[in-house]
Design a protein around this ligand. Structure first.
Ligand code: ATP
Ligand code: MG
Length: 636
């Protein structure tokens, strides 16, 4: 007999402890948990209390013991033209060598290790080595500028930093060491040691007594056994910053046991991966997707993970599909922003390779607009699974889980990432009163009732007060239980599908009408001449605010008349679909939109520039020319 998804979801909440006790069996415990969930100190929650386990043991050692020769880590770099494959046994040897190096340098349990590396295997070794000995890793996206790196060094106060001579992007080398040296100069905290991986890409200076050579130490410690430290489930495993799309990044802190259980469960039920198969996430280890679904998730589940250094379009826009074919990838994870890049290339490239191994493509990170979703679905011929989550949650909060035994599969629906996942008590609240919106099709703030499920953040690193005030006190008056705000707008239809309508600070008020910029964007992106669009509200003396659109056209209009004509068509479209209040005051055509390094639109910077204000923290901005372009246009 099959259970409906709604019943199953309800059961995950009403029978919470039994539900998660069963899932806890997916991971090895040295001491089993004494209590499944301690929710006695809201808004905090502790999972699998008293249980001791280790992320590295579950990701590496247990598989190395049972099937040592199976593939664990596949690394492909189209930047330097190299590929390397590590079996579970080889991966364990590398991780142990790295762990031995760290221990020899005085890194012990609870110490922080900052990882500032490109997408190379050593990055995974470093994360797993920290997990092995109970050191807390803090990965900073490789290539972040010195100022962003310095602020993270000061926040994490690492004993040791692991870095490399250089990264590479679209064939351009980016030297890391000068950025790191500069960051350490700027930072108040001075790490005692810097472990350098020398890829032979860029010469660098060594600071005597501080800088160490990885190749040399790897050889020295090779073969030295380093046991996994058994850690109480609630010991911090890592810290990671949010993308900084809406403001200053927040240092998310995660546990050990809850994270292991949440990932193991999601790999099976949400992603439908099978041990022995290959999982390919195109993200970066600098982001949460890289932590959960490049390193820990697939490995814990006994899958090989494909780690890729390169762009989606080099040597051509079929490179990912060539990897799917070569390594028989079954499950793939990417972002809408990457699909939009591919969409600008010849669709025939998607047909060049044998993609018969691929079962599904998961997309997350930003709203998946319907045209983009349909395009990739038709091109690949496999289900496209939108999934919504945050750095804070660690794993999908809304999606459609197709692989839960005995539970009815929920069909996908374009425009909606799906339904609340098991374990998440999701509600929509009125932003002013905090009252629950029980009726369908009402727009409210998407919140999660306490306690957050396993795998979600424990707190903000070193700042419990910020954790409480930022996440748990922003929506008023909901007395029953504390609620965690996602800071996203949501709407639930009569069938229970939840739609994300943008961020709570992306709402504009035109002459008393509240409009979501996301809805206007969705409408404009449906115009066949538009590849990408960003809409922001700018202050207007008469109307309070007006919408302003920045569009990347498929082809830049050749003349100003052509631009005017396209602008007119877009405005007419908005008029017809959303009404005249939503019509942007102008549509400006740009070649590029300002995005964070993780590919998210930086609307707050666009808005600030459009209003002639200081754009604030731009350290997460990817390509500064995008914002410069916008400035020039605005001043024309
Ligand atoms: P910050 O919190 O520092 O401003 P950020 O919210 O961009 O940065 P992330 O944790 O990387 O940092 O992003 C999570 C956010 O991304 C979500 O809150 C949501 O706004 C957006 N998002 C992620 N996945 C989806 C999706 N499938 N559909 C719509 N929006 C999504
Ligand atoms: Mg956020």
């Amino acid at each position: 007999m099959t259970e409906t998804y709604a019943d199953f979801h309800r059961r995950s909440l009403t029978e919470r402890d039994a539900f998660w006790a069963e899932q806890a069996q997916r991971v090895d415990w040295q001491t089993p948990p004494q209590q499944i969930c301690d929710a006695s100190k809201p808004p905090f929650a502790r999972w699998f209390v008293g249980g001791t386990t280790n992320l590295c043991h579950n990701a590496v050692d247990r598989h190395a013991a049972s099937r040592p020769a199976d593939r664990a880590l596949i690394w492909v770099s189209t930047e330097v033209g190299q590929e390397r494959v590590y079996s579970f046994a080889e991966l364990q040897a590398e991780v142990e060598a790295m762990a031995a190096i760290l221990s020899a340098q005085g890194v012990s349990q609870g110490d922080r290790v900052l990882i500032y590396l490109p997408m190379i295997p050593e990055a995974a070794f470093a994360m797993l080595a920290c997990a092995r000995i109970g050191a807390i890793h803090s990965v900073v996206f490789g290539g972040f500028a010195s100022v962003s790196l310095a602020s993270r060094i000061d926040d994490a106060t690492p004993r040791l930093v692991i870095s490399a001579d250089a990264g590479s992007r679209a064939g351009k080398r980016l030297a890391y060491k000068p950025l790191l040296d500069e960051a350490i100069t700027l930072a108040a905290h001075k790490p005692a040691r810097v472990l350098m991986v020398d890829r032979g890409l860029a010469a660098f200076e060594r600071v005597a007594g501080r800088d160490l050579d990885y190749a040399e130490l790897r050889q020295r410690h090779w073969g030295q056994p380093v046991p996994c430290a058994w850690l109480e489930s609630n010991t911090p495993s890592y810290t990671l910053y949010t993308s900084g799309t809406t403001g200053t990044p927040k240092g998310v802190q995660r546990d050990v046991g809850g994270y292991a259980v949440a990932l193991a469960t999601s790999m099976d039920w949400i992603f439908g991966g099978k041990p022995g198969e290959t999982y390919f996430s195109t993200s970066d280890i600098g982001w949460v997707v890289g932590h959960s679904y490049i390193v820990y998730g697939p490995l814990i589940h006994g899958m090989a993970t494909l780690m890729y250094e390169g762009t989606p379009v080099n040597p051509d826009a079929a490179v990912w599909w060539s990897l799917v074919e070569k390594y028989r990838v079954t499950v793939m994870f990417s972002a809408p922003t990457a699909v939009r890049v591919l969409k600008k290339h010849d669709p025939a490239l998607l047909k060049r390779h044998d993609l018969s191994s691929l079962r599904a493509l998961f997309l997350a990170g930003e709203p998946l607009d319907e045209p983009t979703g349909r395009w990739i679905a038709e091109a690949l011929g496999v289900p496209i699974i939108d999934n919504y989550w945050q750095t804070e949650t660690g794993w999908p909060l809304l999606t459609v889980a197709h692989h839960i035994p005995g539970v009815e599969a929920v069909p996908t629906r374009f425009g909606s990432p799906g339904m609340p996942m098991y374990g998440y008590d999701v509600k929509l609240l009125d932003e002013n009163s905090g009252a629950e919106l029980a009726e369908p099709n009402q727009k409210g703030v998407l919140v999660i009732e306490h306690p957050l499920p396993p795998g979600a953040l424990q707190t903000v690193w070193g700042d419990d007060a910020r954790f409480v005030s930022t996440y748990w006190q922003s929506v008023p008056g909901h007395a029953r239980r504390p609620v965690y705000s996602t800071f996203d707008w949501g709407l639930r239809d009569a069938q229970g599908y939840t739609f994300i309508l943008g961020r709570t600070d992306d709402v504009i008020n035109v002459a008393g009408h509240r409009l979501g910029t996301r809805e206007i964007e969705e409408c404009i992106s449906g115009h066949p001449g538009v590849a990408e669009v960003a809409v922001v509200g700018v202050a207007d003396q008469l109307k309070g605010q007006v919408a302003l659109a920045f569009a990347v056209p498929r082809e830049l209009p050749a003349t100003s008349e052509a631009a005017l004509a396209l602008e007119g068509q877009i405005m007419k479209r908005v008029d017809e679909q959303l009404g005249a209040v939503a019509r942007p005051s102008r549509v400006l055509f740009v070649g590029l939109l300002p995005k964070t390094r993780s590919g998210k639109l930086l609307r707050r910077a666009l808005q600030a520039v459009a209003e002639g204000r200081d754009p604030g923290d731009l350290t997460t901005l990817d390509d500064p020319t995008a914002l410069a372009q916008v400035k020039t246009l605005l001043h024309k």
